[in-house]
Design a protein around this ligand. Structure first.
Ligand code: FES
Ligand code: FES
Length: 539
């Protein structure tokens, strides 16, 4: 039977992932990454040049996240740049870090000589990444002729060859250069011994389709000139917000090395951020996966060293991403613990049968027949008609099914009913209505803390346990306690307000809101405000 093209279209795995539908995206090469933080990153006006010890520490962090190649600077820039680059090279070699070193140079013999000095002092080879402007606008402003460019490239490449250093021609602004100029520059570089070419989107000009076309053009050029062993680099900037998409496209198009910087530091709005670059290349199977904790350590170190703050919303490494992961980890640990407890408590039955259990349910002692496979949630909702406890995800993710077992919040969807034998279960039905309205119900009502209400029973039970332990919890304590309860409607602020208000009502610091049904319901509390001065005082 033949398969039509359309039948190939669909999720790539049983999980139903539409992550990548590009058949060309299947990983055929191992993509290397080049960390440019200590070279291009330092061109950002918003970062400080770290001390040498900080740079050393950063190099080790780069090794820990799997960076393959690091740029150790632009040695010709200053005496300090030569000293730092030589010290970093020595550190890489002494610590036997699995990282290769590159250094940047203008296409001049003097700049290449500075790298040669670094190589000698550091006792290891350094790849020369020599850059030259390749776009018409640069040639116009600098009054450079094509012949002048060709001479400079040849001179720099020959200088590297004499020093025994590998040479990469970096055509700045490649994405705005004409094919004819690129062909001329590449030709002279290859004739002079270049082992790689670096394609640059220096001002964030390109879109992914343009990147694909440019890489294809370069690869065809190399094939046509018998230079298949010459490799390609991609170096992109973030001006249009396309840096990561372009970098991944370049990797899919077959570029061997992709450049990035810690936290995306760099000129104007920056470079490709190394953290999502590594993470996504790992997800795409183009290189080993990097652990999030190592990435976060690296970005924390970079933030400190460059005095560059991490955005709260930065993907993977920002505060928001970290707190979501913590909540997820806590839920997994809780679910695992409950499963372990359930396994330890219940003897595995040889066959499915009925078993008696005794419970204290919302203050009443009951006896009940259940099956070993019945969850506590199923027993409450479907056997005992206590439908206040919600069935949400049914796998320990959402917290809607939270009840108290011996006073502690538990997810009833992943707790076996049989494991609750001789234990005390408290559900949302235990919270009192008027006239002795439970402060939590009162406060949730007054703060409009429920919208669709699906999550509310779980929230109320978690909050009940919290207020028993912490009668006056801080905002942070409330947030932590509720981190396993998800709400798709409210945005949480009103829920936190309600729990705070309930604590105050319980402590007698706020009056209760409603008494009997039909009684006046006061509006939600406004934030406390300064009283307006009286006329006398104002005078
Ligand atoms: S229903 Fe139990 S955690 Fe979602
Ligand atoms: S109020 Fe709708 S899910 Fe929370």
């Amino acid at each position: 039977m033949t398969t039509s093209a359309n039948e190939d279209i669909g999720p790539t795995s049983a999980m139903g992932s539409w992550r990548s539908m590009n058949p060309k995206a299947s990983p055929t090469t191992h993509t290397l990454v080049v960390d440019e933080s200590l070279r291009d990153g330092l061109q950002s006006p918003s970062v400080r040049n770290p001390h040498l010890d900080e740079k050393r520490e950063l190099i080790h962090a780069m090794g820990a996240i799997g960076v393959d190649v690091v740029s150790i600077g632009l040695p010709a820039a200053s005496t300090r740049a030569v000293d730092d680059a030589a010290a970093l090279l020595k550190e890489i070699s002494d610590a036997r870090l699995p990282i290769r070193a590159t250094a940047a140079a203008r296409t001049t013999e003097a700049d290449v000589a500075a790298i040669a000095e670094v190589s000698q002092r550091g006792g290891a080879s350094v790849e020369v990444y020599a850059f030259i402007g390749s776009s018409p606008i640069r040639h116009y402003t600098e009054a450079w002729s094509d012949d002048f460019l060709v001479q400079r490239v040849a001179a720099a490449a020959k200088a590297a060859e004499r020093a025994g250093l590998p040479f990469c021609l970096v055509t700045e602004d490649t994405t705005r250069a004409s094919p004819s100029v690129l062909s001329r520059l590449w030709a002279v570089a290859l004739d002079s011994g270049a082992s790689r070419l670096c394609l640059c989107d220096t001002v964030g000009h390109a879109e992914p389709s343009g990147v694909e076309a440019l890489v294809g053009f370069a690869r065809n050029y190399l094939d046509a000139h018998g230079a298949q062993s010459v490799e390609l680099d991609w170096h992109g900037h973030e001006d249009r917000g396309l840096a990561l998409a372009n970098a991944l496209t370049a990797a899919n198009a077959g570029v061997e090395r992709i450049h990035g910087t810690a936290l995306g530091v760099g000129e104007r709005v920056g470079n490709v951020a190394m953290e999502p670059l590594l993470y996504n290349l790992g997800l795409a199977g183009r290189r080993p996966r990097t652990s999030l904790s190592a990435l976060r350590h690296y970005s924390d170190l970079a933030a400190r060293s460059f005095a560059f703050p991490i955005s709260t919303f930065a993907p993977l490494v920002g505060e928001r991403s970290r707190s979501l992961d913590e909540a997820r980890t806590a839920r997994c640990a809780l679910a695992q613990q409950q499963k372990t407890e359930a396994r330890a408590t219940v003897e595995p039955p040889l066959e499915e049968g009925w078993m008696p259990i005794r419970l204290r349910l919302n203050g009443d002692n009951i006896e009940h027949m259940t099956r070993p496979s019945r969850t506590l949630l199923e027993m409450l909702r479907y056997d005992l008609d206590l439908v206040g406890t919600r069935q949400g995800c049914d796998k320990g993710d959402c917290g809607a099914c939270t009840v108290l077992i011996d006073g502690e919040p538990h997810l009833s969807c992943i707790t076996l009913a049989a494991s609750c034998d001789e234990r005390s279960i408290t559900t949302v039905e235990s919270l009192k209505g008027p006239p002795d309205l439970d402060p939590l119900l009162d406060a949730f009502d007054r703060c409009a803390a429920g919208q669709c209400g699906f999550c509310t029973p779980g929230m109320l039970m978690t909050a009940t346990a919290l207020l028993r332990k912490h009668p006056r919890p801080s905002r942070d304590t409330i947030k932590r306690a509720l981190s396993g309860n998800l709400c798709r409607c409210t945005g949480y602020g009103a829920i936190f307000d309600a729990i705070d208000l309930a604590a105050k009502i319980r402590a007698g610091e706020e009056p209760p809101g409603v008494g009997l049904p039909g009684e006046h319901v006061p509006p939600p509390l406004a934030p406390q405000q300064e009283k307006a001065p009286t006329k006398e005082k104002a005078r």
